[in-house]
Design a protein around this ligand. Structure first.
Ligand code: FAD
Ligand code: SIN
Length: 517
């Protein structure tokens, strides 16, 4: 159904409005890279974020950013590893672009003050799943995302031409005749709706890990960008390809905190409850096989053992390396009584990333003129059926810049006074409605039916249920962030499950189990 409702106040013709040349929705790695790059050309840029500047998935990244920075490494190696992880479904030109432009984007970051970790005067590079060479740059050990977010936020604040609007949640694109003109947004602090008109809009709204019950993603990862894209009839692609990270902390009462793949990159080994390593023989790269393979091997091991989790054994890593490389993981685990210097870490796989998204070309152009997309919101074709570790931040940097370069070439249309895009109807007042309960129901259903192991009957049944829920939840007129996020989540789930029902064979992260009659 996908038509969504809003309270009457949001549909008024007379809302406060703003104008700019370029509107960037999202202040993660992709959005801020785009904004900083565009600001060099004297355009007026508004960056809106529903959170505070620096919050979002980017700030949670741990392992790092992959790029060919070691003279002994080469583009061919990174390209091949990306294609192999993507299980034959990557767009090869996009992968070449990602890999060959990567080092220049890393140099930009260094020029903007990003303090990557070094060994002496040389960049310190580690390895993660699917990589056959050490090519992951990191900062403050496992704090890469936090440091990156801080560096980009500081740079953006100092760029003339960029206005940052925090706690502004975009709820719809304003579009007409397949052309975008800006957005309708909610100020989540005052509760007031407003319109922001732009010549060009760049969607950098991140991913949707919150659709699953078990997730490494922060609460804001509710797929708003995908839902807005559906509302404006933009083309989404590869929505069935959700990536599950093999190792999230599994302890009652603890968040599903990511235990970076870099821990295995430094020598940790996956073991079962009796301490037996089980990845040898599953894949030539053993514990550092691509994520989809490791996640399924863990699920299999848990099923064999009848257990809720497996363990990461760090006994191969020196105390000094643990302290220096993984201060964040050491600290979080310690708050749950776990000393990773001597204790094994209980882990299980969790939803982590979406390979699919808003379909773009190599310059971030979408199927709506004047609207570009980049970062996790976009489907550029670089990840295929399974993303190679630490290629996501790289994608945000490379295609964030490309999207803003292309946006700068498209500043030809004046802002308009379009007030609605036909997506919304006036919503009913929510009565006796429990947003948290609805969210939990959706997340549980998604985890059971569209998780690591899927079956066609479960997917089809789940699609029917989700569409039924969407049929009444999306007719409610929410005027607050959580209700609107719930609606985004639901629309995104429908897209993901629908896409999963259509892909009948297993490939990459989409794993369909045959049911024996
Ligand atoms: P985000 O950083 O999520 O930014 C999205 C922005 O959009 C936010 O500012 C948000 O507030 C805003 N937004 C969303 N919806 C709206 C709306 N409706 N209105 C207004 N604003 C909105 N990848 C790697 O390459 N290396 C890693 O080491 C790594 N580690 C990770 C660790 C964790 C725990 C997780 C969850 C992911 C990790 N990833 C990693 C993946 C990577 O971090 C993300 O894919 C990447 O940061 C996404 O960047 P982005 O700019 O597209 O989105
Ligand atoms: C990690 O540190 O394991 C996450 C890296 C990624 O998602 O690419």
């Amino acid at each position: 159904m996908h038509r969504r409702s809003l309270p009457a106040a949001a549909l008024s013709k007379h809302l406060p409005n703003y104008t700019c040349d370029i509107l960037v929705i999202g202040s993660g790695a992709a959005g801020l890279t785009a904004a900083i790059n565009a600001s060099a050309q004297n355009s007026s840029i508004i960056v809106i974020t529903k959170e505070k500047l620096g919050e979002g998935i980017t700030s949670h990244a741990q392992g790092g950013i992959s790029a060919v920075m070691d003279p002994k490494d080469n583009f061919e190696g990174h390209i091949n590893d990306t294609l192999l992880a993507g299980a034959g479904l990557c767009d090869e030109t996009a992968v070449e672009t990602l890999v060959t432009e990567g080092p220049d984007r890393i140099k930009d970051l260094i020029n903007w003050g990003m303090p990557f970790d070094k060994r002496g005067s040389v960049l310190s590079l580690t390895r993660e799943g699917g990589h056959r060479h050490n090519r992951i740059l990191h900062a403050e050990g496992d704090g890469t995302g936090r440091v990156l977010a801080r560096t980009l936020a500081k740079k953006a604040r100092n760029c003339s031409g960029i206005t940052v609007m925090e706690h502004i949640m975009c709820v719809s694109l304003l579009s007409k005749d397949k052309r975008g003109f800006g957005v309708l947004a909610l100020d989540t602090v005052t509760g007031q709706f407003k319109r922001i008109y732009s010549k060009v809009t760049i969607m950098a709204t991140g991913g949707t890990g919150q659709v699953f019950r078990e997730t490494t993603n922060p609460v804001g990862a509710t797929g708003d960008g995908y839902a807005m894209a559906v509302g404006s009839k933009m083309t989404l692609r590869d929505m069935e390809f959700a990536q599950f990270h093999p190792t999230a902390l599994y302890l009652a009462g603890a968040p599903r905190f990511l235990i970076s793949e870099a821990v295995r990159g430094e020598g940790a080994v996956l073991v079962n409850a009796s301490g037996k390593a089980f990845m040898q023989g599953v894949h030539e790269l053993a514990d550092l096989a691509p994520r989809d393979i490791v996640a399924r091997a863990i699920i299999q091991e848990m099923a064999n053992e009848g257990s809720t989790n497996v363990y990461l054994d760090l006994s191969n890593i020196s105390q000094e390396t643990i302290r220096h490389r993984f201060p964040g993981i050491l600290h979080i685990c310690s708050t749950f009584g776990l000393d990773i210097i001597k204790d094994r870490i209980p882990v299980s796989p969790c939803a982590h990333y979406l390979m699919g998204g808003i379909e773009t070309d190599l310059n971030g152009a979408t199927s709506i003129e004047g609207v570009f997309a980049c970062g996790e919101a976009a489907r550029t074709g670089v990840h295929g059926a399974n993303r190679l570790a630490s290629n996501s931040l790289l994608e945000a940097l490379v295609f964030g810049k490309r999207a803003s370069d292309a946006a700068l070439q498209n500043l030809k249309y004046a802002s308009s006074s379009i007030v609605e895009d036909g997506f919304f109807t006036e919503g009913k007042e929510p009565e006796n409605f429990n947003v948290i309960d609805a969210q939990n129901s959706i997340k549980s259903l998604m985890w059971k039916s569209c998780g690591i192991i899927r079956t066609q009957p479960a997917l089809e049944k789940s699609l029917g249920i989700l569409q039924k829920w969407e049929g009444y939840i999306n007719t409610l007129g929410f005027n607050h962030r959580h209700g609107l996020e719930l609606q985004s989540l639901l629309t995104t789930c429908c897209e993901m499950v629908q896409a999963a029902t259509v892909r009948l064979d297993s490939i990459g992260a989409h794993h369909i189990e045959e049911i024996n009659e």
